[in-house]
Design a protein around this ligand. Structure first.
Ligand code: TYD
Length: 142
């Protein structure tokens, strides 16, 4: 189910460093170095029922990087032209999701934790929650 997002317009894989020693692994991220925008907000999903479906929206301006800090889940992306699935399961790897990309998160494993690094504070006005409205905006932006 995991597939290559390297040629998907609107998303890319971000690989973070890891420092491994006998005490465990340590991964870090810095705004200007690993994340391609100034970080304005961090939020995380946890206690997610395994049959839950999250997301189901796109953003007008917001950019995000999504990580699975623990466990795994599927990220389904649609840029208005193509749909692409990616299963996040490695806390060192995140998916950068540009503006105008519809995302759906599902297939959560038990105990999965999803951390999202975002470019803006929360603003409901920045959401497309209607897929047809998003599609029209995405096609107009090409
Ligand atoms: P929503 O973005 O729909 O969650 P998801 O896409 O993960 O399914 O947000 C769910 C609710 O939480 C909604 O009422 C908005 C609120 N919310 C905030 O208040 N601040 C935030 O940073 C986020 C992401 C959501």
């Amino acid at each position: 189910m995991t597939s290559d997002i390297s040629d998907f317009d609107g998303a890319e894989l971000i690989k973070l460093p890891v420092i491994t020693d006998p005490r465990g692994d340590l991964t870090f991220l810095e705004g200007s170095r690993h994340i391609p925008f100034d970080i304005a907000r961090v939020y995380y999903l946890y206690n997610v029922p395994v049959d839950s479906e999250r997301g189901g929206h796109a953003h007008k301006q917001l950019k995000q990087v999504i990580f699975a800090l623990s466990g795994s889940f599927r990220v389904r992306l649609n840029n208005g032209t193509r749909q692409q699935d990616y299963v996040l399961r490695d806390p060192r790897r995140g998916i950068y999701v540009n503006r105008l990309v519809w995302r759906e998160l599902d297939l959560f494993s038990q105990g999965a934790v999803c951390m999202v690094i975002a470019s803006h504070p929360y603003d409901e006005g920045d959401y497309y929650r209607d897929f047809e409205e998003f599609l029209a905006a995405a096609k107009a932006a090409v």
